[in-house]
Design a protein around this ligand. Structure first.
Ligand code: GBH
Length: 455
């Protein structure tokens, strides 16, 4: 059985749902800039309107309530708080007040807020001013300052997340260039990852020393990871490759936080491109998680490569596949080329994390699926999302098994996502919501079958 105080809820992110990009003095973020580059977003769209959630807080809270949510994970748009982003730049009261009111309204409705400070939408000005996430001195200090403003402004919030998926800021943002700011480099992803870890550590230290008031208030980072199985389970090189892939995915960030340094496999492959922690940085990072925030969607079969890693490799010099040597498929197709449901991978990954990091408290901060062709269906059919119902059913069962049989310490679960929204480079074509958003008709919300099957 799950613990009595288990937090069930839904997750979203600011740029994906808010819209209202000019309202109340918001400054531009790197996603505004990125979306304006032709060819970057599948349907040429952006977050200009999205789900219009900035203007519909009451409606969203009513939706959460009607779905039985105990908690809600959402993110704050940094450039609404400090339009230019930096520690010497002016704070925008209207932006702060918006989120303060939203938190009050959530609490009033009996819903516990889990706040992500950074879900990829860096203030554009910081990118222009000093290279944003690339700047090892400036970025952690500016993030710490922004975090402090939020801790101070929202004293009723007890659950804080510093960064969502630092890997996605680093690799799609600075390696493959598929996410904002769209840079393509073989060294920058590792610098960015490092700076995000240090910024996280700084914010956590500030929180613990100056703002944490009760024993049940907590702060952590959210890491993503796909689970892995060897392509040929009888081949030790594939077994090792599967482990190495997990290290490049998740231990990249979790090892420094829980164990004090990057995995040896990464150092071996990346050499000096992977920064080294100074003593001061290490002191910030080691031990900086009150809980482990886990975003998880899918699994892969992993085959080792025999040739040396190329400079642009970010995955540990392996092939990531959906079929194993016997020709077995990991799971059915979805609308997202990277995502195939495989619920056993969820259980096995929960166990992997728990063993490696000594059974930390875990919140599953995202889990969910798109559906192949969903966007092409008429509304009535979209609302009957049996594929998603099955996904949640299988994954939640796998999680309960991990808790009851494997001793994994899961304290909460957030479905991704409360509603269809701006799916980054995939635009609005790919829907992850348990609620259908009718973009053609004033962003009206209609809960799908999965919304009601979940809690
Ligand atoms: C999460 O990322 C995000 O936190 C959330 O904002 C997002 O909406 C949700 O998942 C659904 O995607 O196209 O081969 O370059 C999940 C991890 C990392 C998966 C980037 C897709 C791009 C793979 N994502 N990845 S590819």
């Amino acid at each position: 059985m799950l613990p009595k105080d288990f937090q069930w809820g839904f997750a979203t992110a600011a740029y994906q749902i808010e819209g209202a990009i000019d309202k109340d003095g918001r400054g531009p973020s790197i996603w505004d800039t990125f979306c304006a580059i032709p060819g970057k977003i599948a349907d040429g769209s952006s977050g200009v309107t999205a789900c219009d959630s900035y203007n519909r807080t009451a409606e969203d809270i009513a939706l959460l309530k009607s779905l039985g949510a105990k908690s809600y994970r959402f993110s704050i748009s940094w450039s609404r708080i400090i339009p230019k982003g930096g520690r010497n730049d002016p704070v925008n009261k209207a932006g702060v007040n918006h989120y303060a009111q939203f938190v009050d309204d959530l609490l009033e409705a009996g819903i516990t807020p889990f706040i992500t400070l950074f879900h990829w939408d860096l203030p554009e000005e910081l990118h222009q001013r000093y290279g944003g996430l690339l700047n090892r001195e400036e970025f952690p200090l500016d993030f710490e300052n922004y975090a402090r403003i939020m801790f101070q402004s929202l004293p009723k919030v007890k659950n804080w997340i510093t960064f969502n998926e630092p890997l996605c800021s680093a690799i799609p943002g600075y390696g493959s260039g598929t996410f904002a700011p769209g840079r393509q480099s073989t060294s920058e992803p590792w610098t960015v990852g490092h700076n995000l870890l240090v910024a996280h550590g700084r914010a956590v230290k500030a929180y613990r020393e100056e703002f944490k008031t009760t024993s049940d208030s907590q702060i952590g980072i959210v890491l993503n990871g796909d689970f892995t199985y060897p392509w040929d389970s009888s081949d030790p090189a594939d077994r090792e490759a599967a482990e190495r892939r997990l290290e490049f995915f998740t231990a990249w960030f979790a090892d420094p936080i829980y164990l004090g340094d990057y995995p040896a496999s990464m150092r071996r492959q990346l050499g000096d491109r992977l920064p080294t922690f100074t003593a001061e940085e290490k002191a910030f990072v080691l031990g900086s998680n009150d809980f482990y925030g886990m975003n998880h969607y899918t699994s892969n079969y992993i085959r080792h490569r025999t040739s040396p890693a190329t400079a642009d490799d970010t995955v540990g010099n392996v092939d990531c596949l959906f079929y194993n040597k016997q020709g077995q498929c990991i799971g059915p197709e979805t609308q997202s080329p990277w995502l195939r449901p495989c619920a056993t991978g969820f259980r096995d990954f929960l166990v992997w994390i728990s063993k490696r990091y000594n059974y930390p408290r875990i919140y599953v901060t995202e889990n969910g699926t798109s559906i192949k062709g969903e966007n092409d269906l008429p509304k009535e059919k979209i609302l009957e999302d049996d594929f998603r119902v099955k996904y949640y059913n299988d994954y939640i069962r796998a999680m309960v098994t991990a808790v009851t049989l494997d001793g994994v310490n899961v304290k909460g679960y957030f479905a991704w996502s409360l509603m269809d929204n701006f799916e980054w480079a995939d635009g609005y074509v790919t829907r992850f919501g348990v609620t259908f958003v009718d973009y053609e008709n004033g962003q009206q919300r209609f809960p799908k079958k999965s919304a009601k099957s979940l809690i």
